[in-house]
Design a protein around this ligand. Structure first.
Ligand SMILES: [Fe+2]
Length: 283
């Protein structure tokens, strides 16, 4: 069976057909998949009824996996590489996470390189996920704007997400102080520049007052998710989507009834070290 690559949208994404992830994928097919991933940023594999072991096994072909040590309550108790993504209660509360555009773990000094998300239970309607191409977001800025932002550092704070509002996060913040990340990241494999700010986590720009930084960031947030840079995925059970966090953002749409079950499983590829700790937003 030959691998087939079918684009999902003009701006981002491709479906990989003709591959069975329950079996070991040949080295030649892995190379084709890796090249398609570099070209299209997110990959969709349909009809993959995988065990946790098979999901982990396939993910490892791309690199080292996170065992989610930073969030032990949320990972699978037996398979630490598996992170259930669910709206069911964990730790006494529902976890409506990812409802704003973001790139996984941008608030840490080792942002996730990539994530592979497998769908097991979907709501009868809604529960879609959107993706945005951050190379295109950068490429379509004016040369002057590129010059202005090329050397800036954005401040990322995990405690400002909407999902965290109303909780006392002073302890979380002490353990996870805000970090500075480049506003423009160079992808280590493609050498291309990608915008790296997100409405969920980016609160300021190093060396600028909030009044100065806010309008720039708000413009970049709006610009980076223009419809022509995006793909909206309507999940089917046993879909798996792999995305590259270094050049794509994603958003779990809040378009379904939170009381009906939705369950997906994620593996996370460890990324390169990036950024530094900042003490306050006024840095
Ligand atoms: Fe996410």
């Amino acid at each position: 069976m030959a691998i087939e690559i079918k684009r999902l949208a003009a701006g981002i994404g491709a479906e990989i057909a003709g591959v069975d992830l329950t079996r070991r994928v040949s080295d030649a097919d892995m190379e084709a998949i890796k090249q398609a991933w570099r070209d299209h940023l997110i990959l969709l594999f349909r009809g993959q009824q995988l065990t946790h072991e098979q999901h982990i096994e396939f993910s490892r072909r791309f690199g080292d996996l996170d065992d989610h040590d930073a969030i032990p309550k949320f990972r699978d108790p037996q398979y630490h590489e598996i992170l259930p993504v669910t709206n069911q209660e964990i730790d006494g509360r529902k976890q409506p996470v990812g409802r704003q555009w973001h790139s996984d773990l941008s608030t840490t000094l080792r942002p996730a390189r990539a994530s592979l998300l497998r769908c097991e239970v979907i709501p009868p309607v809604g529960g879609d996920t959107m993706f945005a191409n951050m190379y295109l977001a950068y490429d379509t800025l004016s040369e002057k704007m590129k010059e202005i932002i090329d050397d800036l550092w954005g401040i990322h704070d995990m405690t400002v997400a909407k999902a965290s509002q109303g909780r006392d996060l002073s302890e979380v913040r002490k353990r996870n102080p805000p970090v500075a990340q480049p506003v423009v990241r160079v992808h280590p494999e493609t050498g291309r520049k990608a915008l790296y700010v997100s409405e969920m986590t980016t609160t300021g720009i190093v060396g600028m007052s909030d009044e100065e930084a806010r309008p720039i960031l708000e413009y970049l947030f709006r610009h980076s998710v223009r419809p022509e840079f995006t793909y909206r995925h309507r999940w089917q059970v046993h879909d798996m989507i792999a995305w590259d966090n270094r050049c794509a953002m994603h958003l779990a749409l809040d378009d379904y009834d939170i009381n009906v079950p939705r369950k997906l499983y994620r593996t996370t590829l460890l990324g390169e070290a990036s950024g530094y700790i900042v003490q306050s937003n006024a840095a």
